[in-house]
Design a protein around this ligand. Structure first.
Ligand code: SAH
Length: 226
């Protein structure tokens, strides 16, 4: 899989993509992530990627030309399954969307900044728009990092225990059950006996029951969706 992230602030993506699981996935060759500096595609000597909004008002707007040139160049090299604009008014990012994207071969994530991008980018250049939640960030970079992380960890071979992504919250519309590690007792606070029993079936039943109860109390909407 290949993910190309287009941004005018590449430094914002350095640390989230170069550590831990996402880093390891790249080292193992399971994903190739390229952060592309949009300013390389600017046409003036100041490397401008934004301009004043037509009609006036506060805030700059990202110009279509550098974005188009960048996407055009990438498209000459390979076919993209999706060209995704990160946008607060896009489709809300969820686990099913992460699952779906993890099966794709080539993705572009376009990060906006300032007041966002010229509307013609959205009308003509992108295939999909994704929001990571109902709040406004100053740029699409952190949102792109969130999507990249959620997608990359689902690629087979990325997590060392292949089943572990499947037992996370939101897979099967259930919240994950509680987990514990040593010591078995701390300040009098005990780990549930069943987890120490060594009885696989009982442990599995307990976990399922806990997941169900947690979902009922914390996210009953998930059970309605199922
Ligand atoms: N004026 C716009 C917000 C622009 S925020 C509006 O009111 O809708 C600047 C950029 O940050 C956006 O272009 C987008 O790429 C990114 N961004 C902000 N919030 C986001 C969110 N919740 N999800 C995904 N991207 C977001």
């Amino acid at each position: 899989m290949r993910i190309d992230i287009i941004t005018c602030l590449p430094r914002l993506l350095e640390s989230p993509l170069n550590d831990s699981i996402v880093k390891r996935a790249q080292t193992k060759g399971l994903v190739e992530i390229n952060v592309i500096d949009l300013r390389q595609y600017a046409s003036d000597k100041h490397k401008s990627v934004d301009d004043y909004a037509y009609g006036g008002g506060a805030g700059m707007v990202m110009m279509i030309e550098p974005i188009d040139r960048c996407i055009e160049e990438l498209k000459t090299q390979r076919t993209y399954d999706e060209i995704i604009y990160m946008s607060p008014d896009g489709e809300r990012f969820t686990q099913p969307i992460a699952n779906q994207l993890s099966l794709k071969r080539n993705l572009i994530l376009l990060c906006g900044h300032y007041k966002g991008v010229d509307e013609r980018v959205r009308e003509h250049l992108v295939t999909r728009e994704i929001s990571i939640g109902d709040y406004v960030l100053s740029g699409g970079e952190l949102a792109a990092a969130v999507v990249t992380d959620a997608v990359v960890r689902l690629i087979p071979g990325v997590l060392s225990d292949e089943t572990s992504a499947l037992t996370d919250s939101f897979q099967d519309n259930l919240i994950a059950p509680p987990v514990y590690t040593r010591p078995a007792e701390y300040k009098g606070w005990k780990v549930p006996d069943v987890l120490l029993s060594g009885h696989e079936q009982k442990i599995a039943d307990w976990r399922y029951q806990q997941a169900l109860e947690r979902t009922q109390t914390r996210r009953p909407d998930l059970l309605e969706d199922a």
